[in-house]
Design a binder for this molecule. Structure first.
Ligand SMILES: Cc1ncc(COP(=O)(O)O)c(C=O)c1O
Length: 463
């Protein structure tokens, strides 16, 4: 029987850019995870901050190089979509890269206020305000426009939204329209509920915006739910969107930008392959081709990458509490956490994350199921992105196995909740931040202790 290390060696190109094994222990982006576990214990969430800047710089590079190569006459602007992770330390790191922000709700504007107060953004920062807006969100957008955020661009999600800004914003302002894209053919709905339908847009512009001295239509926006994929569906939606842009541009000279949303994928398996450079080039070249064909100048391009910005900075590390052989062949590794509360995408979307043991790489391996701590029968993990099985090292007597899910940095806290109550009152794990100092040495600190019972009982109204 082979060792776990052999299984990985023979299945993947290993070590990878992020992972290597030294002295039987896994290192993630150069971080010795056993050291971290010895210092902080498990369960443990970690954020490796340098990854965030690295990803932003990569996306800028892909798009700017494509722009140069194709002699594209528009610019590229990177906006970070806050909903993928609202944490201050994420925004602070992301904003060291000369980027802009996309918001989704009224409370995001409170984040904008805070970032401005802390001088992490200024009034030239693009604030792209998306989402179906409650009155408070509309008010807050008008407030920041009135306070001088001249690049705050409300993106109209429906045809009633504009009136509020026209009534409450003092000076003239730029705005965008979100176009409702068609969903992928196998989705439950034909057209997205988000945005304004294609057929209404030109008439809406003519009726409400064209002769309105208060506002200028600057941006057309769309978002493809299933991400940026090299599929017939993605390219046909991009073309449809760009044809609409050209149609509008012919009657709306102020229109000069498109926002193509988020959707760059992240590595969810050691076998993951995606040609980001090729995709950026194809996007730019398609946009250019359609604009040329329609004799329209090419637009400036904005993106709002969420997962891509922050996903690969995160990991969640557990230990195996016990093993349970529930029949002749189903062996469970019971972990000290829960998929439903800590990684809800696993349970809600059947998402996969890279999963690797931290230690015991020299042990033999076997097939296991991983069980979460809640009583929900769906709180388990039994397959990976590349294979419908999970293999982990055998745990011998007196050994403790630690293992991690990697690239869990996006959306999991926003979906699972953070600081509230969760299924079976499973607490949020400790959260550790890792950075590099000016000399390139690793520094780490505790951002949050494991959630306490007092905190939960308070939420629940106990005195
Ligand atoms: C409007 C909009 N922009 C950007 C994003 C970010 O997408 P991703 O995290 O896939 O990059 C989303 C995600 O839901 C979105 O709805």
């Amino acid at each position: 029987m082979k060792k776990y290390a052999d299984l990985i060696d023979q299945t993947f190109q290993f070590p990878t850019e992020e992972f290597e094994v030294k002295k039987d222990n896994l290192h993630f982006n150069g971080v010795n995870l056993m050291h971290l576990i010895e210092k902080y214990g498990t369960p443990l969430k970690l954020t490796y901050l340098p990854k965030i800047s690295q990803k932003i710089q990569l996306a800028k590079k892909y798009f700017n190089e494509a722009i140069d190569k194709l002699n594209y006459q528009g610019s590229y602007t990177y906006a970070y979509c806050t909903k993928s992770s609202h944490f201050q330390f994420v925004l602070e790191e992301a904003l060291t890269n000369d980027i802009h922000i996309e918001t989704s709700s009224a409370y995001d504007i409170a984040i904008i206020d805070n970032l401005y107060k802390e001088r992490l953004i200024d009034k030239n920062t693009y604030i792209i305000c998306n989402g179906f807006k409650r009155p408070l969100y509309l008010e807050r957008i008008a407030e920041i426009l009135n306070s001088g955020f001249k690049n705050c661009i409300p993106i109209l999600d429906n045809i009633n939204e504009l009136d509020h800004y026209v009534d409450t914003v003092e000076n003239s302002f730029d705005l965008g329209i979100r176009v409702a894209s068609d969903e992928e053919p196998n989705f439950a709905f034909y057209t997205s509920r988000l945005g304004i339908r294609y057929n209404s847009i030109v008439d809406y512009y003519k009726d409400k915006i064209k002769d309105n001295p208060k506002c200028r239509l600057k941006m057309l926006h769309y978002f493809i739910n299933t991400g940026i994929k090299d599929s017939a569906y993605y390219w046909s939606e991009l073309s449809r969107f760009m044809y609409k842009y050209c149609e509008l541009k012919k009657i709306c000279p102020e229109l000069d930008s498109v926002d193509i949303g988020g959707g760059f994928p992240i590595k969810n398996s050691l076998a993951f392959e995606y040609d980001y450079k090729y995709m950026a080039e194809e996007i730019i070249s398609n946009i250019k081709w359609i604009c040329n064909k329609n004799h329209v100048p090419v637009p400036n391009i904005f993106t709002e990458f969420g997962s891509f910005t922050v996903g690969e900075s995160g990991a969640t590390i557990y230990s195996v509490l016990d093993q349970k052989l529930q029949n002749d062949k189903e062996l469970w590794y019971m972990m000290d956490g829960s998929f439903i509360t800590h990684m809800p995408d696993v349970w809600g979307l059947n998402s996969k994350f890279i999963m690797l043991p931290v230690n015991l790489w020299k042990n033999h391996f076997h097939k296991v199921n991983i069980g979460g701590l809640t009583c929900d029968s769906m709180d388990y993990y039994d397959s990976e992105a590349h294979i419908a099985e999970v293999f982990l090292p055998v745990i011998n007597e007196k050994e403790t196995m630690y293992f991690g899910y990697f690239h869990t940095g996006a959306y999991q806290e926003s979906l699972g909740g953070y600081g509230g109550i969760q299924h079976c009152l499973i607490p949020a794990p400790k959260h550790v931040i890792i950075d590099l100092d000016d000399e390139g040495n690793q520094i780490d600190w505790l951002f949050a202790e494991e959630q306490s019972s007092e905190e939960m009982l308070k939420v629940l109204g106990y005195k």
